[in-house]
Design a protein around this ligand. Structure first.
Ligand SMILES: Nc1ncnc2c1ncn2[C@@H]1O[C@H](COP(=O)(O)OP(=O)(O)OP(=O)(O)O)[C@@H](O)[C@H]1O
Ligand SMILES: [Mg+2]
Length: 231
């Protein structure tokens, strides 16, 4: 199993954001976490990358218990992360934003990553030296995604990659995700916009109130996922 989360609990002060959550992601899968606002999707992604501390439970990655590992250690172990709300470093150039995801690697590997990503997204080359804060929302989401992809992660964590984007950008981001799938990358993604996300996923979990309410193949969770979308 690429990722195995067992009985995870995440609390923020008095608020329990996740209670007894267990999920598994096998190598090569694209697993979707769906659920309304506050369901706990980001808390789960953040607990996997190590940004949210868990008060109970374990996270195993490629067979190894990484529960005690900090965020940077998990990134070095092979996780890439694109946060909710397309967070870029606004005053840094587009190229530096992308390369910040590969900063643990040698310069030859960084060059290779940037060339590959610029081939996928010509916009990155055209805007390479421009401050990322000047880009449109869709362009910033591409930068955030490229940053997460630049280390060629084994597991790519995407938190609401479509949030607030126009259909044309949703299509471009979907295409980028398909490129990662074609490379064999395992993906765990959250999305409130269930419709386009269901087209990319192989399997999914429906979350509500910090718990997993349902899991199964895309066909099995489709109706529940679409109903949750409008809650
Ligand atoms: N930093 C925080 N401090 C306190 N409470 C938080 C914090 N982050 C999240 N929460 C609470 O934890 C619960 C789960 O939130 P979370 O952000 O994980 O949900 P989500 O499914 O990602 O929602 P959204 O669709 O809005 O992104 C919610 O009740 C939320 O208010
Ligand atoms: Mg969220």
């Amino acid at each position: 199993m690429m990722l195995a989360v067992q009985n995870l609990e995440v609390r923020y002060g008095g608020i329990t954001a996740l209670r007894g959550v267990s999920i598994e992601v096998a190598e090569g899968e694209t697993v979707l976490l769906v659920g309304a606002n506050g369901a706990g999707k980001s808390s789960l992604i953040n607990a996997v990358i190590g940004l949210a501390g868990a008060s109970r439970g374990t996270v195993r990655f490629a067979g190894r218990d990484i529960s005690a590992l900090a965020c940077d250690g998990r990134a070095r172990a092979g996780m890439g992360y694109s946060p909710e709300g397309r967070r870029v470093f606004p005053t840094m150039s587009v190229a530096d934003n992308v390369l910040s995801g590969a900063c643990g690697r040698g310069s030859a590997a960084q060059r290779e990553a940037l060339d590959w990503l610029c081939g996928l997204f010509p916009m990155l080359r055209e805007r390479a030296s421009q401050p990322a804060g000047q880009l449109s929302g869709g362009q910033q989401q591409i930068v955030a995604l490229a940053r997460a992809m630049s280390s060629f992660p084994k597991l790519l964590l995407l938190d609401e990659p479509f949030l607030g984007l126009a259909p044309v950008w949703i299509a471009r981001i979907s295409e980028a995700i398909r490129h990662m799938q074609a490379r064999g990358t395992t993906i765990l993604m959250t999305e409130q916009m269930a419709r386009p996300a269901l087209k990319l996923a192989t399997r999914g979990y429906v979350m509500r109130g910090g718990e997993i309410r349902r899991s199964g193949s895309v066909a099995e969770i489709r109706d529940v996922a679409l109903a949750e979308e409008y809650l």
